[in-house]
Structure formats: structure tokens, C-alpha cells
Write a protein that binds this ligand. Structure first.
Ligand SMILES: [Fe+2]
Length: 251
């Protein structure tokens, strides 16, 4: 393992599947993004395209996702000049009222797990939103990952709502871009330290404006919070992706 420990390096969050969302727009870009992650020592990539309930049904999303994965799998047959990371399919679910009672939402879990990744609203956090997170976690037994909470500091009720969210058994996943930005780094580091379940994701979208930068951000975390935090991140990632059905590339 690149990190010198027993734990693999897992990229929890990526928009690497071709033509699923505002991430990779073609297979060649996806392959190059995977290549960069492989060069950074990443063993498993969670492919987590945006899911917007107002735009499509869960069945439609899952079908599109399988087609996108299948295109990438075809490319694997022609591009064996690097070690492809394993891939675990999931989704970045944009919060919608009633998500905790939504039929079929389990199909959006990381493959083979009860782990759901939730993107909270950028405009306003309502009591219902916070309670939906609590319900997913406590009533329905999902392992909820709140993605990039460091990007919501502008929300009026952020401090109070984060206190409530931190009292729940939910994980907080920081984005590489935030930890590499002077403006957002402080809060992202604070949140990593304040949660028992810290996670990292590249949240990569392309090769230029939001490229895969997991190795770079791991260096920042090691420098600012110590190697123990990196080990904790890797352990948490392994647990929250466990029972995984890792897609295997056809040969
Ligand atoms: Fe994302």
C-alpha cells in the first residue's frame, strides 16, 4: 500500500463516470482521471454522480450509471498500461424533502453497503432537513456521509445545525479542493478533527478545473494534523465502504 499501512487508499467522492453529470464528459477523460488517481496511489475509487430527484427517477439514474460504467469497462480492455483502481458505484444525493422516506433510496447506497452520501442544500437548512438526516441514520439504519460540510459556512444556522449533526453517527467528508484552498482550509481541518468519522474525497470532475488531487491533499492533512489523522481517514473510509461490491474490470 502507498501509505505504508495495511489500509488501502479510497477516494470516497468522484464524478468520474462519463456523461453522468457535470463531471467527466467522455470516456477518454474518465480514463485519464483514473490514471491520475492510480498514480497517486489510490486503490479504490467511489464513483458518485450527482442524483437530483427532481430530474429523474432512481431507476433511470441507476440505469444510466450502469451504462456509463459499462463504457468505461470497455475502455479498460484497451488501456492496460496502468493499474486501474477498483470502482465502487454510488451517488451524491442532493437533499430533497422526504428523502428519508423515499422508496428505493437504498439503490443509491455505495454498492453492497448501507452507506448513503448526502449533499445538503446550499441555500437554507431547515429543521426538516436536519431531522431527515437523523431519520436516515437512526430510524432507517443508513450510514450517512455528509459530503463537503465545509462548503456551507455561509448558512445562517450552520453552527447550531452542525452541532446537532455532529451528535449523530454520521460521517463528514471533506473535499480536496477545500483543504487546498486558503479560504476553506481552516474550517475543513476543524471539522475533520471534530468528527469521530472523518473522510476525504477528491470530488474530481475533470482534468483541469477540478482535477483529482488526492495525494496533494493527503500531504496537507499529514502536515497540519499528523500522520495519525491520515490513518484514521483510511480506517474510516474502509469501514464505511465495507461489505463492498467492488466492480471488477473485465479482462
Ligand atoms: Fe461532488
Amino acid at each position: 500500500m502507498e501509505n505504508g499501512k495495511n489500509n488501502p487508499i479510497i477516494d470516497l467522492h468522484s464524478h468520474i463516470l462519463p456523461q453522468m453529470d457535470d463531471g467527466s464528459q467522455d470516456v477518454q477523460t474518465s480514463v485519464q482521471m483514473l490514471r491520475r488517481l492510480a498514480e497517486q496511489g489510490v486503490d479504490t475509487v467511489c464513483a458518485t454522480p450527482h442524483f437530483y430527484a427532481r430530474q429523474e427517477s432512481i431507476d433511470q439514474f441507476v440505469c444510466r450509471r450502469m451504462n456509463a460504467f459499462s463504457q468505461l469497462n470497455d475502455a479498460h480492455i484497451d488501456a492496460k498500461d496502468f493499474r486501474w483502481p477498483a470502482m465502487q458505484l454510488g451517488a451524491e444525493i442532493a437533499y430533497f424533502p422526504g428523502v428519508s422516506e423515499c422508496a428505493g433510496v437504498e439503490q443509491l447506497c455505495l454498492a453492497g453497503t448501507r452507506t448513503l452520501m448526502l449533499e445538503l442544500s446550499y441555500t437554507q437548512w431547515t429543521p426538516q432537513q436536519v431531522e431527515d438526516v437523523a431519520s436516515l441514520s437512526l430510524d432507517h439504519g443508513y450510514q450517512v456521509i455528509l459530503v463537503h460540510p465545509e462548503r456551507y459556512a455561509h448558512i445562517k444556522t450552520f453552527q447550531a445545525d452542525m452541532e446537532r449533526l455532529l451528535s449523530l453517527p454520521v460521517a463528514l467528508q471533506m473535499d480536496a479542493d477545500s483543504l487546498l484552498s486558503w479560504r476553506k482550509r481552516k474550517l475543513a481541518l476543524q471539522l475533520l478533527e471534530s468528527t469521530p468519522f472523518p473522510l476525504l474525497g477528491s470530488d474530481c470532475h475533470d482534468l483541469s478545473t477540478r482535477p483529482p488531487r488526492l495525494a496533494q491533499v493527503r500531504q496537507v492533512v499529514a502536515r497540519k494534523l499528523g500522520k495519525e489523522m491520515l490513518e484514521k481517514l483510511d480506517e474510516t473510509a474502509l469501514i464505511w465502504t465495507q461489505n463492498q461490491t467492488v466492480e471488477t474490470w473485465e479482462v
